[in-house]
Design a protein around this ligand. Structure first.
Ligand SMILES: Cc1cc2nc3c(=O)[nH]c(=O)nc-3n(C[C@H](O)[C@H](O)[C@H](O)COP(=O)(O)O)c2cc1C
Length: 483
């Protein structure tokens, strides 16, 4: 049976579900079940029970945040004076595209109301272990498992003691015992409680159990005249720690490296309105730029005319012709790694018309072609500023490996990525690619070339694999810094 992940639904559907579930005082999941049951029983309500206002935006989301994958947290609020800060924590988590479902302990309800937590989280708030509404399908198990992380803030001395000893006599402790997700605790208590031998034992036990702690910080206590270690970390610190657990930083093997990539076709003008072009879409080069950027490199992408969005965080220079591409490539040097994935036109029109060429009775205008600069060979053969690693692409329609080997030798680059672009492969403009990586064999006879054939992959996978090879090569043979 397929499972449905509510946070992956369209924003408008989620808004509808949230509003409808809030109105009926049910969780979103329960509401979905009710809707499905009603549909099956033929008693469905009209599709719009009330007007759906635009999706609530409790806090502005930055462009960075909107690019993040969604995640979800079950936030357990314990019964401490710092519970008020957890309301701000809900907001901070939502700013980071984290959905929050709150559980309040009985003691927490003395400090903050479920209504406040519900208004900020836009979700129903859970307080009872024996809640007939959510317990018909073991709600505490869903709250424990249907999330990516459990955060306890404030984690009171009492709640930590229960956790350390495996108690499960209320909703919060039952969730904490029933979960297989990571748990982040933000302890908050009086310094004497924090330093008490029992609390020390419990904290040590919880750390052995793999629970992660943030804080407590040192500072003034709520009690007049008291200070020491015991203040709950600030909401922003807890949200940052939660984000680190939800989205651990990716390895950045190309951090500090400057990578130059070319992509797309070139357009060689015939006159002001016509040009010679090829079928390159630029997808492979753009995917390589995105993969290099994700690997931590500073990326410059020189692109011919393409119908693609600029990859995030990449410095993109848009050009038309081969000569403009070479100009921008040269201006971008020095770089540590250059990857020439563009399908640069071999020829351009020598007698480019200044005005639109007209049909005449004299017949077709003769088009004289002259050779374009060879960008790969030019950069590979530079004396100064030659990038330490130069990678070319060989798009061939026949004798793929032989032609690619000859190209590697002729152009003077270090690696060639060879691909078969004959029409039957659908590579030109398509989303998949079958490539062979050719490189000079290290330690082999002069001129010996290694061929590594990869299976058919998407262009994104080819890009990730190529960048992984680049990163390994950089790690094995540290490059002289680009200067
Ligand atoms: C005004 C007040 C403030 C409290 N603040 C804290 C606190 O910051 N940390 C703590 O561990 N307990 C604190 N307590 C004690 C807890 O509320 C008590 O131990 C409660 O049982 C904890 O419930 P819980 O397990 O649901 O968090 C406070 C009690 C009162 C009356």
């Amino acid at each position: 049976m397929a499972s449905l992940t509510i946070r992956k639904l369209d924003e408008s559907v989620k808004t509808y579900l949230r509003l409808r579930s809030a109105k009926n005082r049910r969780s979103v999941e329960e509401e979905v079940r009710v809707i499905l049951r009603e549909l099956i029983e033929g008693r469905e309500e009209p599709l719009t029970p009330f007007a759906v206002p635009p999706a609530p935006s409790p806090a502005p989301t930055s462009p960075r945040a909107s690019a993040l994958p969604e995640a979800s947290v079950t936030l357990i609020i314990g019964g401490g004076i710092a519970a008020y800060k957890s309301l701000d924590l809900i907001r901070r988590l939502k700013e980071r595209r984290v959905e929050v479902r709150c559980v309040l302990t009985k003691a927490a309800e003395q400090f903050v109301t479920p209504l406040a937590a519900s208004a900020l989280s836009h979700e129903r708030v859970y307080t009872d272990l024996f809640d007939p509404q959510s317990e018909f399908d073991a709600g505490h198990i869903r709250l424990a498992r249907d999330c990516d992380l459990i955060v306890v803030a404030p984690a009171t001395a009492d709640l930590m003691a229960k956790m350390a000893n495996g108690h499960a006599d209320d909703l919060a402790s039952a969730i904490l015992l029933a979960t297989n997700r990571k748990i982040l605790l933000a302890p908050a208590m009086n310094p004497l409680m924090w330093n008490n031998a029992a609390t020390r034992r419990n904290v040590a036990q919880l750390q052995r159990d793999g629970v992660v702690l943030i804080g407590p910080n040192a500072g003034e206590m709520a009690e007049a005249g008291e200070a020491g270690v015991g203040r709950m970390s600030e909401a922003i610190e807890i949200a940052t720690a939660a984000e680190r657990l939800l989205r651990p930083p990716l390895p950045r093997p190309l951090a500090g490296k400057r990578v130059l990539i070319t992509a797309g076709p070139t357009h060689e003008p015939i006159d002001p309105v016509r040009y010679i072009a090829n079928r390159s879409s630029g997808k492979q080069g753009f995917a390589i730029a995105a993969a290099a950027q994700a690997a931590g490199a500073e990326v410059i992408l020189v692109s011919g005319p393409v119908d693609l969005d600029d990859p995030d965080g990449v410095n993109v220079k848009h050009v038309e012709s081969a000569r403009q591409m070479l100009e921008h490539v040269q201006a971008s040097l020095p770089v540590d790694i250059a990857i020439f994935a563009a399908a640069v036109a071999d020829w351009r029109v020598a007698n480019e018309g200044e005005q639109k060429l007209k049909k005449t009775s004299a017949g077709m205008p003769p088009l004289q072609l002259v050779e374009n600069p060879d960008i790969l060979a030019t950069i590979s053969k530079l004396r100064d500023k030659r990038p330490p690693l130069v990678i070319g692409f060989a798009a061939e329609t026949e004798h793929l490996i032989d032609n690619a080997k000859a190209k590697l030798a002729r152009k003077g680059c270090d690696w060639i990525v060879a691909n078969d672009v004959s029409p039957a492969t659908g590579v030109m403009g398509g989303d998949r690619n079958t490539v062979h990586l050719l490189s000079r064999k290290s330690g082999g006879e002069d001129g010996e070339i290694a061929v590594d054939s990869w299976p058919v992959m998407t262009k994104e996978q080819v890009a990730i694999e190529l960048i992984a090879h680049v990163a390994k090569s950089v790690a094995d043979n540290p490059l002289e810094p680009a200067s």
